[in-house]
Design a protein around this ligand. Structure first.
Ligand code: HEM
Length: 476
């Protein structure tokens, strides 16, 4: 495989630069003399990263901001380099990047943002909810929520829906039902109002070299404070509701099957395993990380299938053959390979976490290039998933790329929508199960025709559709 920069493999995975590579400068765009690439990154960071790879290769140095305040960071696009950052050198690449600092300020020290002893404690605590056996048990709840959407679509007034809000609502209801054991209809509106405000706030601050302190009363700060308070109050309400709920209706015993029960039990523990703020922070992280990503991935899968009617027919035929009219179960996941491939291909083109960031502790070498101690580094599924040396005709929707014979020999980090290494997404099996079963339910009940062709997107904390993804529905 020819990569654009000559990138000798280090193979060692250790954090020590070799004397030869240390002399090689990392290429990058010159940008504008006064602000570097700041404007480009603010206007269209995904486009800027893609151009950087095309024009400068697989490890690129970017500068943003005025001289004196200029921030420098590095983007790593080669799968070998991605593997080093996320997996083999994970201990050297920490979540200390300004982006994660901002997410931490907004959402607290939950599983996505915490590190070291806090992180290990939290991961151990919630891991039992994400074992394959446990996740398989979520299938019935997924099917119930997806059925409700299919029923609602049958009565959609003009037969036209925008997939992004539709799937957002579905994913939020599903995660809340499974992880918190509550009906979150009221939360849906609040989260959909608050999440975009915080999203925009975090991303703007993360890539701005000069940050106005969060406690200054600027309109943006005040708006952010208001919605953060609203989300915190929402989480507290969910926790309180769940604590006073009678639990299992037949036995009256508390239901220990969801995240909230686990967190609450830990919070009540005398050794103070999790305090009240930590419980709330976990709830918030899981509410947000657990729905928007899956929603975006499902919405783009349906939209791509709506744009490619032949693929849609093929997938529907598979669903009809495998499921008929019965409710899908976890065992069906392996029986729906065409739908699974369409979902994976959609995550290639529209990775819900398009950019993942880290900060290097020690100087090191990645994909053959030297990175200084303290370097801010991003890896970008958005770019690596479109790398012309890894993917033929990368912009084309071609689910068969994920047929076993075509997957064989592909680098593990050519496709990494769920990240990798020790901080890999804890929800990946859950989200595969949820997506494939929910998509099967919706495709079985409706034929979709795309009304919008391209859907514009931008990088927020997760990938954001910035325009509608409307389809016309025909009930089957
Ligand atoms: C298609 C759906 C999803 C995508 C594309 C996705 C993507 C990711 C990625 C890329 C990471 C790693 C971030 C990093 O290394 O900095 C991550 C971590 C995480 N995700 Fe997901 N995610 C999805 C679904 C979910 C779901 C359904 C949940 C929860 C129910 C979830 C909860 C989390 C959490 C808690 C972490 C942090 C894990 C840790 O550091 O141990 N995600 N996700």
């Amino acid at each position: 495989m020819a990569l654009t920069n000559p990138s000798p493999r280090t193979g060692s995975g250790t954090a020590h630069p070799s004397p030869t590579s240390a002399r090689r400068p990392i290429p990058g765009p010159a940008g504008l003399p006064v602000i570097g690439s700041l404007l480009d990154l603010h206007r269209d960071s995904l486009g800027a990263f893609l151009r950087a790879q095309r024009e400068h290769g697989d490890v690129v140095r970017l500068e943003a901001g005025p001289p004196g305040l200029r921030s420098v960071f590095y983007a790593v696009f080669a799968p070998e380099g991605v593997q080093q950052v996320l997996a083999t050198q994970a201990a050297n690449f920490r979540k200390d990047h300004p982006f994660y600092e901002e997410v931490r300020q907004s959402f607290g020290n939950g599983l996505l943002t915490s590190q070291d002893a806090d992180y290990l404690r939290q991961r151990r605590l919630v891991q039992p909810l994400f074992t394959r056996r446990r996740v398989d048990g979520y299938a019935a709840a997924v099917a119930t929520e997806a059925d409700a959407v299919a029923a609602r679509w049958r009565s959609a007034a003009d037969g036209v829906v925008d997939l992004v809000p539709e799937l957002n609502r579905l994913a939020l209801r599903t995660v809340a039902r499974i992880l918190f054991g509550v009906d979150t209809e009221a939360a849906v509106t609040a989260i959909h109002r608050c999440a975009p405000v915080i999203n925009d706030y975090v991303v703007r601050r993360a890539y701005t070299p000069v940050k106005i302190p969060r406690d200054w009363p600027t309109p943006r700060n005040l708006r952010n404070r208001r919605v953060t308070a609203e989300l915190n109050a929402l989480c507290d309400r969910i926790i309180a509701e769940r604590r006073t709920a009678p639990g299992d209706a037949t036995t009256g015993e508390p239901d220990h099957n969801d995240l909230l029960s686990l967190l609450a039990a830990a919070g009540n523990d005398e050794d103070g395993t999790l305090d009240a703020t930590e419980v709330r922070e976990q709830v918030l992280i899981f509410l947000l990380a657990g729905h928007e990503t899956t929603a975006t991935s499902m919405a783009f899968t349906l939209h791509l299938l709506a744009r490619h009617p032949d693929e849609q027919s093929r997938v529907r035929a598979e669903v009809a053959h495998v499921l008929g009219d019965r409710t899908p179960t976890a065992a069906d996941l392996d029986r729906l390979p065409l739908l699974t491939r369409a979902f994976k291909e959609s995550m290639r083109l529209y990775p819900a976490a398009p950019v993942v960031s880290r900060r290097a502790v020690e100087a090191t070498e990645v994909a053959g290039f030297p990175l200084p101690a303290g370097a801010d580094v991003v890896v970008a599924p958005w770019v690596t998933h479109r790398h012309p040396d890894l993917w033929e005709d990368p912009e084309r929707f071609d689910p068969d790329r994920f047929a076993p014979e075509r997957e064989a020999g592909r680098h593990r980090y050519a496709w990494f929508p769920f990240g990798g290494g020790p901080r890999v997404c804890i929800g990946q099996h859950f989200s595969m199960l949820e997506s494939v079963l929910a998509l099967a339910t919706l495709l079985r009940s409706h034929e979709l025709t795309a009304l919008d062709q391209e859907v514009p997107v931008a990088a927020g904390i997760t990938l954001q559709a910035t325009g509608p993804a409307r389809v016309r529905l025909r009930a089957l």
